[in-house]
Write a protein that binds this ligand. Sequence first.
Ligand code: F6R
Length: 364
Amino acid sequence: EKGTFQHFMQKEIFEQPTVVAQTLRSYLRPLERQVALPQMDFDISRIERVTIVACGTSYYAGMVAKYWFESFARVPVDIDFASEFRYRDPILPPGGLALFISQSGETADTLAALRHCKANGQTIAVVVNVPTSTMAREADLLLPTHAGPEIGVASTKAFTCQLAVLAALAAHFAVKKGRLSAEQEAEIVAHLLEAPACLNAALDHDAEIRAMAPLIAPARDVLYLGRGQDFPLALEGALKLKEISYIHAEGYASGEMKHGPIALIDEAVPVIVIAPSGPLFEKTVSNMQEVRARGGKIVLISDAEGLAEAGVGCLATIEMPKVHPLIAPLVYAVPVQLLAYHVACVKGTDVDQPRNLAKSVTVE
Ligand code: F6R
């Protein structure tokens, strides 16, 4: 079943161009350059507030989505870990949309949060990969990711497909709210349609990433930095590395580093910087200088422009295609997944079945 791949995780990483294209096909009308969401039996234009609840990698997809909902639709979004949400007596004004993101559709905390929101009059939308799951059955609006079965315990293709669905949903929401013109919608659709080719271009760097894995494998701690909508990618990169290589890793918002974690930096702590070129790039470069001044070793993941500006003196660089910011979180997911994968292979861990983890967490 793994075909020519060594692990399910590796196979699933490489499936991403195909499955993301498949997912996008069911949420976009390419010829009309429009988003096409399933029929809704509620009026989404009247939603004034969105609550996103999820766990783990699905939660990080939600963090990216918050960014999109707020910037496209200008609707405030509250987001929380399912295990925290339920116990903080969240404010759920009538008419709110509660959005649950889950690969399995069975995660106990997320399901309990869903039922809590339902009991409190929220409209329930779910983004799930298993269409027969409990969450899928209990939703008012079911938005399946069409990633196909994900076997590796560490989530990869489900994440990028979640992002694809969430981007389409955010654009649809914004159109219905009158916050996006037809031209802007067409542009968003065009950029989303570029994602599969860009994912392929990112995968072309596999051999390079494999070659640099031995530089990271001996580390005891690794820091990941990202800004804006790429901050969740830093968290996701750190989670992937922890899960399968058992190296301690932390994701930080680039600008937060100087407020504490910078104390950890020395020659033994690699810092993975996720920074596409763009308006925020300069700021990230100055954060990189702070790392370098303390002897820290940087792996910079950026595009040609970013690497030309800041790649010199890095321990290693990974060149991504130049992409529109909207699809950067999908494309930059690939190098962080591959880095975790190859480091785990160097360490010889059980990549598909990491210790202490289960694919579906059905206990609270
Ligand atoms: C990360 C991972 C977990 C899951 C989390 C949520 O690689 O696999 O963090 O993302 O347990 O699971 P779902 O999405 O099934 O609700």
